[in-house]
Design a binder for this molecule. Structure first.
Ligand code: ZN
Length: 454
């Protein structure tokens, strides 16, 4: 999904399509990586070579676990060896810089397309091929998908493959990884062609109020993408099949039935062919639902599986997808208002030089992407906090449903593989779209202390 995410992010104006789903362990793309020439380089350079590992614990260890939430949290965190913490910190902090490099590279792509009127010339070529406006804009959308994919490929390879290999999370060799990227490009070409054609048809009619109608059509496309992803996009990258382990199936279905989630099967997918990360989700809107967990999670223990799936079911039961969409609509609306102001100013100054005819001209799409992604980049702490707040809710819901505080803490320790375990409060506010390991374990131990469970 990495390629799909990055490509469609560009496509739908850097809106993360996976934003609605739980990113319990969203593949490589969303979390970032270190850079060669960034400040945390020293930390990255000293990252130990040994594999990420957590000191194992048994029933005797759990029996000795202090009742007090603070002390129990410390006991869990002490099971992370110093080299594992250093490795996690280096990986995650490098990600802060990668967010910056990705943003700047995106601006660079827009700059390359706009200067010398390249974008305008491509529009004219698309007009000769496409004749009607809808076809012209669809062709332009396909061109933009390919151009941005090619121009960002070096960073994509570093972030998605080289760096994931360095940290031993990628399980693919380069060939299969690159094939996945090509599939992602194919998805992006289709979505962007369709998206650009519809978006600019609306832009031409909406005129001065394009920011309002642009939001409506963007959200409609977002809902469409969320609906088709589980059936039309996800299966391109992984194989989904019903869970065969009867203990796992009945445990997850029991929790789903307890909360009236409309499912009668549980699916597993072979994420281990791409990554070592543990991941699961409950997807579906408008009365549909699908419970899916990956094979890395299936290799953990039943208490961990129950704890994680309790969290995922929480997203569904608490209607997080609809809350996400409402919030995203506000972010898009504010972003388009900002874009209208910025684009009007930029087009007055540079429009003629770039060969652009206004905001309803598909050739101005790189400018819209640049301006909108600037808004999204500045809004990173707000967006992360909106997502993280719902993740904390789902954590508490999962504890209430699964009643597995130790299973949940155990799973949280494993997620340290790619998320810094113990950040400062400001760092967590700005950069974390999920609570940190310490935060999650402390919530679980707080629950355990208050409820007096083992
Ligand atoms: Zn979640």
């Amino acid at each position: 999904m990495k390629a799909v995410r990055s490509a469609t992010a560009a496509a739908l104006l850097t809106l993360s399509l996976a934003g609605g789903a739980c990113a319990q362990a969203a593949p490589a793309a969303s979390q970032a990586a270190a850079s060669q020439d960034a400040a945390p380089q020293a930390a990255a350079a000293s990252a130990p070579r040994s594999s990420f590992h957590v000191r194992p614990a048994d029933d005797a260890w759990r029996a000795r676990l202090p009742r007090d939430a603070d002390a129990a949290t410390r006991a869990y965190l002490e099971r992370l060896p110093a080299d594992a913490v250093a490795r996690s910190n280096a990986y995650f902090e490098g990600g802060y810089w990668l967010q910056l490099w990705n943003f700047l590279l995106g601006l660079g792509v827009s700059w390359i397309l706009l200067r010398g009127s390249l974008s305008a010339r491509v529009r004219d070529a698309c007009a000769r091929l496409g004749r009607v406006a809808f076809a012209r804009d669809a062709l332009y959308g396909a061109f933009f998908a390919v151009a941005s994919w090619v121009l960002t490929l070096p960073l994509t390879i570093y972030q998605g493959w080289i760096r994931e290999r360095q940290y031993e999370m990628a399980t693919q060799t380069f060939g299969p990884w690159f094939v996945d990227q090509l599939k992602g490009l194919g998805v992006a070409v289709v979505l962007l062609a369709l998206g650009a054609a519809i978006f600019y048809a609306v832009m031409r009619r909406a005129r001065e109020r394009w920011w309002l109608w642009g939001t409506v059509v963007t959200m409609a496309m977002f809902v469409f993408a969320v609906m088709i992803a589980p059936v039309a996009i996800d299966p391109l990258f992984n194989t989904y099949k019903p869970v065969t382990d009867p203990a796992v199936k009945s445990a997850v279905l029991a929790m789903a039935r307890a909360d009236e989630v409309p499912v009668d099967d549980v699916y597993e997918f072979d994420a281990s062919q791409q990554t070592t990360r543990v991941s699961a989700n409950v997807s579906g809107i408008l009365g549909t639902a699908a419970v899916r967990l990956n094979d890395n999670l299936l290799r953990t223990s039943l208490p961990e599986i129950r704890a994680v799936m309790g969290h995922e079911l929480g997203h569904y039961v608490m209607n997080h997808i609809y809350k996400d969409m409402s919030e995203i609509a506000l972010v898009v609306l504010s972003g388009f208002l900002f874009a209208k102001w910025a684009m009007d100013a930029l087009l007055r100054r540079r429009g003629a030089a770039w060969g652009l005819r206004g905001t309803a001209d598909v050739a101005s799409f790189p400018l819209l992407v640049a301006v909108f992604s600037t808004w999204m980049f500045l809004a990173t702490p707000i967006n992360n906090t909106l997502v993280r707040t719902k993740e904390i809710e789902a954590d508490r819901f999962g504890l209430n449903l699964a009643r597995e505080p130790n299973g949940f803490a155990e799973a949280a320790l494993k997620l340290t593989e790619y998320r810094k375990p113990d950040p400062g409060p400001i760092e967590e506010f700005v950069f974390f779209d999920h609570p940190s390991t310490r935060h999650r374990i402390h919530d679980a131990m707080q629950w355990r202390q208050a409820m007096g469970t083992p």
